[in-house]
Design a binder for this molecule. Structure first.
Ligand SMILES: Cc1cc2nc3c(=O)[nH]c(=O)nc-3n(C[C@H](O)[C@H](O)[C@H](O)COP(=O)(O)OP(=O)(O)OC[C@H]3O[C@@H](n4cnc5c(N)ncnc54)[C@H](O)[C@@H]3O)c2cc1C
Ligand SMILES: *[C@@H]1O[C@H](CO)[C@@H](O)[C@H](O)[C@H]1NC(C)=O
Ligand SMILES: *[C@@H]1O[C@H](CO)[C@@H](O)[C@H](O)[C@H]1NC(C)=O
Ligand SMILES: *[C@@H]1O[C@H](CO)[C@@H](O)[C@H](O)[C@H]1NC(C)=O
Ligand SMILES: *[C@@H]1O[C@H](CO)[C@@H](O)[C@H](O)[C@H]1NC(C)=O
Ligand SMILES: *[C@@H]1O[C@H](CO)[C@@H](O)[C@H](O)[C@H]1NC(C)=O
Ligand SMILES: *[C@@H]1O[C@H](CO)[C@@H](O)[C@H](O)[C@H]1NC(C)=O
Ligand SMILES: *[C@@H]1O[C@H](CO)[C@@H](O)[C@H](O)[C@H]1NC(C)=O
Length: 553
């Protein structure tokens, strides 16, 4: 105990010396998982067939957990999550389990729900309390200014700052940078992605060390732990609760969401309603929220009619503007083993971001790590994976239902990777920068043979093109390696489907708060902004309601 405290103090001292530009407020202190929230988590089978709450939040994910916790301070809240609790799947609780979680065969209950886009790119989404923040690689980095400017709504930037800090005080850590991540950091600086921004959570050009939701013992502190900040008297979480549709009421002049229908693990149906000025809020993610709206009769009229769903409200943009940032990457097998570590270092330019991870050997391919689901490959040594992302993307596709009655059958989704030429050009410049990175002195010790250029690296999968000026071979490389960065978003865009207060246009008491509202993926990685969004929306709703004149409380 004493020993670990000393090492924390030493570590903080080390940070204060070597990271002078840290924007310090306070961060979370490394600690064991806090499962206090379990006292208000119920198995849906144990809940009544009909109940009434002030707020109903659908989806206990990255944005849904902070939102529900925030609202519970003054109101009764029901949070519904179709997956299980994190402790049911220990691989989601620790850094060492990242690839295990992605490798678990999807049996309908496992925490990584698989899907494959129509262009054949393997992908996953979280199906567990905490959502995709319980599967991810932990990188925590705030949004760029352009995100707010181009979002289609007006933000209260002071509230944004407070919301980020609330998250950061709870579950964000200064990482203890691994050897591999510090090598890549040096390499990025050598390759010209400067300046060195030290440790910083903001989105600024240069190379930085960013935050993590993993503490220095490798424990994951995902969005589920934000539920510990709820008022336990007001908060109820139902797990194994699959929401099937929204219940509406209407009269001649208005349409309102009144509740939801959900099923438990025995297939029994339950209803929950909102009282008075209460609301239903969808936080089911970029795949889940548009799917639920369509199943509930909210969407493009002609599409809904064509799949025989009664139209409740015509909204042409639901399921439109589905985007996924492609991950372009190289994987090298180094001459001596690496210590596995997640993303800690980030290189940021206007056109691309570069990150890395060091992975352990695996004998069964983690689903979606490499692009095509049919690939069955193993790696018998540790590996360095260097990845690129670019802002946007500019290309987009759409989402349609595979079943017009069963929510358990995932929708079809198409992202149209690289349909827009800007995406391909940005991939080419990012991939070329990875070429510069591999040519630095920092990376030299990771070659297995002393050869010039990028020769001498033991590439796993496609090698990087050797000729730095041959754009065509880079374009080919980009298209052939297309994999997901797991940052897919869209389907219920801000400024299109939802207004500045995240209300679904044309419907009372219904909002959407999750990645489906984004028209671009915020920052180098989106989870910081998704958690912020949950807290932000909750604070705005509390404020609105406490100043609402005609409201009957
Ligand atoms: C493998 C992987 C690695 C990633 N790495 C990073 C990273 O390092 N850093 C980063 O910032 N981002 C990362 N991301 C992306 C990030 O985690 C996601 O963008 C983010 O978590 C999505 O948040 P969300 O709130 O929109 O949806 P989710 O967090 O996915 O939440 C949606 C929730 O709704 C539930 N749900 C859906 N439908 C229903 C229904 N009908 N009834 C009840 N519940 C329902 C789901 O089970 C889920 O829990 C990664 C993602 C993955 C998958
Ligand atoms: C929920 O209850 C059902 C039925 O009693 C049971 O099969 C399931 O295992 C329970 N799940 C959890 C997480 O307790
Ligand atoms: C940081 O990592 C190193 C090497 O993995 C380890 O020896 C050290 O104890 C860690 N420090 C802290 C504060 O976790
Ligand atoms: C219609 O319903 C809304 C919301 O419930 C209510 O405010 C309004 O007064 C109703 N209008 C009529 C004409 O009944
Ligand atoms: C990994 O496999 C290759 C052949 O595929 C073999 O040459 C090598 O010795 C193996 N390495 C380890 C560490 O087992
Ligand atoms: C590299 O590619 C460029 C553009 O295609 C070409 O002109 C040049 O000859 C190539 N260099 C080598 C060494 O192949
Ligand atoms: C190659 O791409 C770079 C940057 O993407 C661009 O500046 C250059 O003009 C391209 N060269 C050719 C021959 O297309
Ligand atoms: C909680 O509700 C009370 C009474 O309506 C109100 O005065 C107070 O401002 C509310 N608090 C928050 C945080 O909204």
């Amino acid at each position: 105990m004493e020993k670990s405290r000393n090492s924390v103090i030493l570590f903080l001292f080390y940070l204060s010396v070597f990271y002078p530009q840290t924007d310090v407020h306070s961060f979370a202190t490394p600690s064991d998982h806090d499962f206090s929230y379990m006292k208000f988590v119920y198995n849906a089978t144990d809940l009544p067939s009909e109940e009434v709450y002030d707020y109903i939040v659908v989806g206990g994910g990255t944005a849904g957990c902070p939102l529900a916790a925030t609202l519970s301070v003054n109101y009764s809240v029901l949070l519904l999550e179709k997956g299980s609790v994190p402790s049911a799947y220990p691989s989601v609780l620790h850094h060492d389990g990242i690839l295990t979680t992605l490798t678990l065969e999807d049996n309908g209950k496992t925490p990584a729900e698989r899907f494959t886009s129509e262009e054949g790119v393997a992908n996953v989404r979280g199906r567990v309390l905490g959502g995709s923040s319980m599967l991810n690689i932990g990188v925590y980095s705030r949004a760029e200014k352009e995100f707010y400017a181009e979002s289609g709504i007006e933000w209260d930037m002071d509230l944004v700052k407070r919301a980020y800090e609330w998250i950061e005080n709870s579950i964000v850590f200064l990482p203890n940078v691994s050897r591999w991540n510090s090598v890549v950091k040096q390499g990025l600086l050598e390759a010209g992605i400067g300046p060195n921004n030290g440790f910083n959570l903001n989105h600024i050009p240069g190379t930085k060390v960013t935050g993590s939701i993993f503490d220095n013992e490798g424990r994951r502190h995902g969005a589920a732990e934000l539920l510990n900040r709820a008022d336990p008297e007001n908060m109820r979480v139902a797990v194994h609760a699959t929401v099937e549709r929204i219940i509406f009421s209407s009269n001649a002049s208005s349409l309102s969401a009144r509740g939801i229908v959900y099923s438990d693990s025995h297939g029994k149906s339950h209803k929950a309603f909102v009282r008075g000025n209460g609301e239903v809020i969808l936080s089911a993610g970029a795949i889940g929220s548009p799917q639920l709206l369509l199943l509930s009769g909210v969407g493009p009229k002609s599409y809904l009619s064509s799949v025989k769903i009664p139209v409740v409200h015509h909204e042409p943009n639901i399921g439109q503007f589905m985007r996924d940032n492609p991950r372009y990457y190289i994987t090298i097998l180094p001459p001596s083993p690496l210590v596995p570590s997640g993303g800690q270092t980030v290189g940021i330019t206007r056109d691309f971001y570069i990150e890395t991870l060091a992975g352990p050997p695996f004998s069964s391919t983690p689903f979606s790590l490499f692009p095509h689901p049919s690939i069955r490959i193993k790696i018998n040594s540790t590996f360095g994976h260097i990845v690129g992302k670019f802002p946007g993307p500019s290309s987009y596709g759409s989402l349609t239902l595979q079943s017009s009655s069963d929510v358990k059958v995932g929708p079809n989704v198409r992202f149209n990777y690289y349909a827009h030429p800007l995406d391909l050009a940005r991939c080419v410049s990012g991939t070329r920068k990875i070429g510069d990175l591999l040519r630095t002195n920092s990376l030299k010790p990771f070659k297995t043979q002393d050869l010039p250029g990028v020769e001498g690296f033991n590439f796993f999968g496609l090698p990087l093109p050797m000729n730095q000026t041959d754009n065509a071979s880079f374009e080919k490389f980009c298209r052939e390696t297309t994999a997901t960065f797991w940052h897919y978003h869209g389907g219920c865009l801000m400024g299109k489907v939802v207004d500045g207060d995240l209300r679904v246009r044309g419907i009372n008491t219904l909002r959407v708060v999750d990645g489906s509202t984004f028209n671009l993926s915020p920052g180098t990685n989106p989870q910081a902004t998704l958690m912020m969004l949950g807290r932000y929306a909750g604070l705005k709703m509390l404020k609105e309601r406490s100043t609402c004149k005609g409201c009957s409380s």
